[in-house]
Write a protein that binds this ligand. Sequence first.
Ligand code: ADP
Ligand code: TRP
Length: 331
Amino acid sequence: MDNKIVLTGIKPTGRPHLGNYIGAIKPALNLAKELESLSIFFIADYHALTSIKNPELFKEYTYDVAATWLAMGLDPNKVIFYKQSDIPQIFELSWILSCFTPKGLMNRAHAYKAKVDENKAKNIDIDMGVNMGLFTYPILMAADILLFNSNIVPVGKDQVQHVEIARDIANAFNNCYGEIFTEPSYLIRQETAVIPGLDGRKMSKSYNNTIPLFCEPKELKNLINKIKTDSSLPNEPKNIDSPLFLLYKEFATDEQIEEMKEKFINGIPWGEVKKELFEVINSFLETPRKKYNYLMNNRHLIDEILEEGAKKAQEICIPNLNKIKEKIGCQ
Ligand code: ADP
Ligand code: TRP
């Protein structure tokens, strides 16, 4: 997989949570370490504009996501790291790609479809509350990916369809002008594809069931205590598929995991599991939390890193866009 381009983005729509870290940030950072490849990570802030219309929050969440990547180990000297809105070439390409995207493909995209289904169930106009940003969201995402000729896109399960759409759009363009775009592949980690939240549903900002990555220890403890468990008695064996064990595995050492597995088999009170889960997560996050707080209190440092990153990204994407424009005949 060497010499391949790995690219992924996170949209700043709320405080990053354990699901985002385990499902997206951690695998992406590991991949960047493992491969001799170019890694490109970015903050998809214009994607967030489909839902965040408050300028203070928009800014806050953008810094929050940037500080999170950096605190969790992203090295801006090794990885290209930028903010989507700093790269106007993405939006130029997005228009070009929209001219190669059948409308029917967008009708089937899951975020739009979910909104339509919700409206149908309420017996109101099917497009109520749908802005064109939401409708064409996958085209902008395809532009993010295709502009850099990305090969591998590490994402959570819910984003697979979007990467497939990017492939379809690349294909449509290539069929017309020859092999211009690289067809991207998604990469998901099956075992952690969906991290459950406090209520057992997928951990998601939209469900209000998240554990923010950098909440203070007291809040972390409180939230872990809220994770739903079954009603087995304290000494009874516990189900290894429990969200608690799933989370524990992500932060504990191999030895700790083995010990916890034994305890699950022999019986351990849920309260004890929660206490140990808090200990491993909290100690894992102690140093990153300090770094995160430092960056959030020194935002000019984040600005500088992102500006530098945008310059590096443009060294790649400006020539790429020029080639595309040449192909369609506007240059
Ligand atoms: P949210 O659902 O909280 O709004 P996003 O849609 O912003 O999260 O997701 C950002 C990235 O994190 C995506 O790659 C997504 O697939 C991944 N992700 C989000 N929630 C989870 C989860 N519960 N488990 C695994 N990955 C997740
Ligand atoms: N749509 C992704 C999400 O909601 C974020 C995103 C935007 C993205 N552009 C991307 C992810 C390109 C991977 C590649 O999480």
